[in-house]
Write a protein that binds this ligand. Structure first.
Ligand SMILES: CC(C)(COP(=O)(O)OP(=O)(O)OC[C@H]1O[C@@H](n2cnc3c(N)ncnc32)[C@H](O)[C@@H]1OP(=O)(O)O)[C@@H](O)C(=O)NCCC(=O)NCCS
Length: 198
């Protein structure tokens, strides 16, 4: 299966550096994920041991840290997976999809860093790892995250009615956004300021 280690690292964008997580990053990423404004909308982690297992010690890594001016400000989760396929053609569907997620320090929200990093994540997934479809999911009420999806050009493909259980808010609608490799290559790359409708 294709993994993040098949891409070239570190990556640099106009303001950011991205690279796979190491054990030395764990405290910073954990702190950000524990911020109430972040923890509100993520899948959540049970405790630090669970966090380390799921985000730091994954082999190969699936978490990429985002650095701005020497400081870790967020992380992306890039998970290459298989597409659904009928049995006779299932080999063709191995490792051709990816799920993309993100968390950023509330101290840097509202500056376009997430959009800039996610755009680079799409570049890695499509242009270096060769996946054919990238999807992202969120609670429908998570409007900042949906705006990131729309700014990077992902398409709202569906809303599941009351399909996602939030620990405090109960059953909420969930949204799926996605982008195909052909669409990524056809479109001009978005700017962080490009229009988002939610
Ligand atoms: C989702 C999340 C990363 C979005 O953060 P964000 O700061 O809104 O997104 P960006 O970094 O791309 O910044 C974009 C915003 O900065 C503004 N901005 C200000 N200066 C800017 C600049 N120089 N360049 C670009 N955008 C700028 C944009 O207008 C935009 O504001 P808007 O969304 O109100 O229109 C953040 O809310 C978060 O970490 N949430 C918790 C975790 C989470 O929900 N993860 C996803 C689970 S599905």
């Amino acid at each position: 299966m294709t993994s993040l280690l098949d891409a070239s690292w570190p990556r640099t964008t106009e303001r950011l550096t991205l690279r796979p997580i190491t054990a030395a990053d764990a405290d910073d990423v954990w702190r950000i994920r524990c911020e109430p404004a972040v923890d509100e909308w993520t899948g959540g982690v049970l405790d630090r041991i669970d966090f380390d297992l799921r985000f730091v010690e994954t082999d190969p890594p699936e978490t990429v840290v985002v650095i701005h001016e020497g400081r870790l400000i967020g992380d992306l989760w890039l998970c290459v997976t298989n597409a659904w396929a009928q049995h006779p053609v299932r080999d063709e569907a191995q490792g051709v999809e990816a799920v993309l997620g993100w968390c950023f320090d509330p101290a840097v929200h509202g500056r376009g860093f997430a959009t800039e990093a996610v755009t680079e994540g799409l570049h890695v997934l499509f242009d270096e790892l060769g996946v054919r479809r990238v999807k992202a999911e969120a609670f429908a009420d998570n409007l900042p995250s949906r705006r990131v999806m729309e700014r990077v050009g992902m398409r709202h493909e569906g809303t599941g009615v009351a399909d996602s259980l939030h620990r405090d808010r109960g059953w909420l609608d969930g949204v799926t956004y996605a982008l195909l490799a052909d669409e990524w290559r056809d479109r001009s790359h978005p700017s962080p300021d490009s229009h988002a409708s939610v």
